[in-house]
Design a protein around this ligand. Structure first.
Ligand code: GTP
Ligand code: MG
Length: 149
């Protein structure tokens, strides 16, 4: 079953948006398989954002992501990587449609409150970076047959 890595960034945590964001994924029908409040560190972020380390905004991205706790989560379900990005909205919150998380709760690209994996391959990489295998919980939600035909 497909899995994605979703993280509420420090601004989303501080603004009290964790319950709202978890609800969006649960209400859609996705299954939470891992969750923890954690502080990132520079080494982790350099791997997590490996494709962005040479960008001019990378130093500010680093200090943003180190500015407070991050809520790291893993979600499982049909097409969850792509659909997770749909729930998030565009990278630039001003280009995100109302109804998306960034469209509803953010204005600035450098304060866009949430991260979501952009492909199945990056999801696997990111889940491995942020979680130990034992932290991914195996269970069958009782609602499964009401969500999947
Ligand atoms: P993530 O889900 O966080 O990975 O965002 P994304 O996949 O929509 O965008 P990308 O991976 O390209 O960039 C990662 C993060 O870097 C973004 O979410 C922004 O917080 C930040 N970022 C990206 N581009 C810019 C930029 O041009 N300026 C600033 N200030 N921040 C940027
Ligand atoms: Mg990205």
């Amino acid at each position: 079953n497909e899995r994605t890595f979703i993280a509420v960034k420090p601004d989303g945590v501080q603004r009290g948006l964790v319950p709202e964001i978890l609800s969006r994924f649960w209400n859609k029908g996705y299954k939470l398989v891992a969750i923890k409040l954690t502080l990132a560190n520079e080494d982790l972020l350099r791997e997590h954002y490996a494709d962005l380390t040479s960008k001019p905004f990378f130093p500010s991205l680093l200090s943003y992501m180190l500015s407070g706790p991050v809520l790291a989560t893993v979600w499982e379900g049909k097409d969850v990587v792509k659909q997770g990005r749909v729930l998030l909205g565009a990278t630039n919150p001003l280009a995100s449609a109302p109804g998306t998380i960034r469209g509803d709760f953010a204005v600035d690209m450098g304060r866009n409150i949430i991260h979501g994996s952009d492909s199945v391959e990056s999801a696997e990489k990111e889940i491995g970076l942020w979680f130990k295998k034992e932290e991914l919980v195996d269970y069958k939600p009782t609602l499964t047959s009401w969500i999947y035909e």
